[in-house]
Design a binder for this molecule. Structure first.
Ligand SMILES: NC(=O)c1ccc[n+]([C@@H]2O[C@H](COP(=O)([O-])OP(=O)(O)OC[C@H]3O[C@@H](n4cnc5c(N)ncnc54)[C@H](O)[C@@H]3O)[C@@H](O)[C@H]2O)c1
Length: 402
């Protein structure tokens, strides 16, 4: 029976779907460090994680039996994707499932900051009646600058316009501007023209320290700042300085350079205790709706991959889906060099089998071919396929000949 290990409190729907597909599933609430993860992966075919578990090259090398990893979140830079691909380990994520949740939270925070709701709430809980319009603003008519116009940034653009905001955005790539949103030619231009700046860039290494003292200084006086993307993108000391000086009138931060590993672990940050600063424990995408959808989506990808070889939306392997059914199917991940497919088909023919269906896709140094054949797969054919010098991983999905 294939085994799945699910870490970090993944929605139970994932265990249900994997269980229904024949997996023996073990679920754990927390993340594991490198040594514990390596030990826990003994005999495991499929690993499910969220953003905290680091799947390093060492872990992958130590567990060559691992077939696939589900990142039950958006980001995948906690996984050494290149090593995983080279070892034939497919990685899947959920690029869309929690984007709406992040957008809704960003919108809520933009309004909270503009109205200084958190300070008013704290004061009233402390018994102080502080009724005043000073420093409170409508968001209607104000300019929102979105840095990173991807799945989240572009949805936020549409909903912010529905509230009457003017939207500017800046992205490294050419993007279709939705509604009346206007692209900016540079980050500097966006900072100078916006009254609220919100970061929705991805977690690529080059974004480390993207936003520091220079960028905060460029922002308009008394503007608002949000980061719901990645913690390492922002210099928190610089943010603190600009909040304390009054240059930044308020901030909402959901992601931190170092985040506690476990529920209830202590949290330290130079941003704690600042006025009109909302701190949340990386919950932008954490709604029950999003978690359920992520669980369903990623588990579905893992079931499809392990059951049929389909790699659609894999983040590190060539993407292929072969529809239809045949007597037997095998998938060969191989080095992307000329002639491999011809050798595969020749071997199949030499064993008196017909190729019923076949798809090939390549990605960088890897090729991935899924092949349906007309009869059960003889062991010596499988051995010959595995012995091809270009073979990285052979997976068999249906009957072997007895
Ligand atoms: N807070 C949460 O709970 C939570 C939940 C989901 C996603 N996220 C994070 O939100 C971020 C955005 O997610 P997404 O799904 O929209 O990603 P995405 O990949 O669809 O979009 C990211 C966009 O940022 C652009 N970009 C990257 N670096 C840039 C830079 N330096 N300047 C300008 N543009 C840049 C990219 O070209 C891309 O268009 C990611 O970092 C993701 O990890 C956080």
């Amino acid at each position: 029976m294939p085994r799945a290990l699910l870490l970090e409190n993944i929605d139970p729907v994932a265990a249900e779907l994997l269980g229904a597909a024949g997996f023996e599933v073990e679920s754990q609430r927390g993340a594991l460090d490198e040594a514990d993860l390596t030990a826990a992966l003994d005999g495991v075919d499929v690993l499910g994680i969220r953003s905290k578990t680091q799947v390093t090259a060492e872990v992958l090398r130590a567990r060559p039996g691992l077939a696939a990893i589900g990142a039950f979140c958006i980001g995948t830079n906690q996984i050494d994707l290149a090593t995983a691909a080279g070892a034939g380990v497919a990685v899947f994520n959920a690029p869309y499932s929690n984007t709406r949740s992040v957008v809704e939270m960003a919108l809520a925070e933009i309004i909270c900051l503009a109205r200084r709701l958190v300070d008013r709430d704290r004061a009233l809980h402390a018994g102080s009646w502080d009724k005043s319009a000073a420093g409170s603003h409508e968001v209607r008519g104000r300019t929102l600058g979105i840095v990173g116009y991807g799945n989240i940034g572009s949805q936020l653009s549409v909903l912010a316009e529905a509230l009457g905001m003017r939207v500017l955005f800046y992205d490294l790539e050419e993007k279709l501007a939705l509604g009346n949103a206007q692209p900016c030619g540079s980050l500097e231009e966006l900072l100078e023209r916006s009254e609220t700046v919100t970061l929705h860039v991805d977690g690529r290494a080059g974004n480390a320290g993207l936003f520091g003292a220079e960028q905060f200084a460029r922002m308009r006086r008394r503007s608002l700042f949000l980061n719901l993307s990645r913690g390492f993108v922002v210099d928190h000391e610089a943010l603190r300085d600009h909040v304390l000086s009054g240059h930044i009138a308020g901030a909402a931060v959901d992601v931190f350079p170092e985040e506690p590993r476990e529920q209830g672990d202590p949290f330290t940050s130079v941003l704690r205790g600042l006025p009109n600063v909302i701190l949340t424990p990386h919950i932008g995408g954490s709604t029950q709706e999003a978690q359920h959808d992520i669980g369903r989506f990623v588990a579905g990808k893992l079931v499809d991959y392990t059951g049929t070889g389909t790699t659609n939306l894999s983040v590190n392997l060539p993407t292929v889906a072969l529809h239809g059914s045949s007597v037997a199917r095998f998938a060969l991940l191989h080095r992307n060099v000329p002639g491999v497919l011809a050798r595969v088909d020749a071997l199949v023919g030499e064993h008196g089998l017909n190729v019923d269906g076949q798809v090939l896709a390549t990605r960088g140094e890897l090729g991935y071919a899924v092949t349906d054949v007309s009869g059960p797969l003889p062991e010596d054919l499988l051995a010959a396929l595995e012995a091809l010098p270009e073979a990285v991983r052979l997976t068999v999905f249906a009957r072997r000949a007895r």
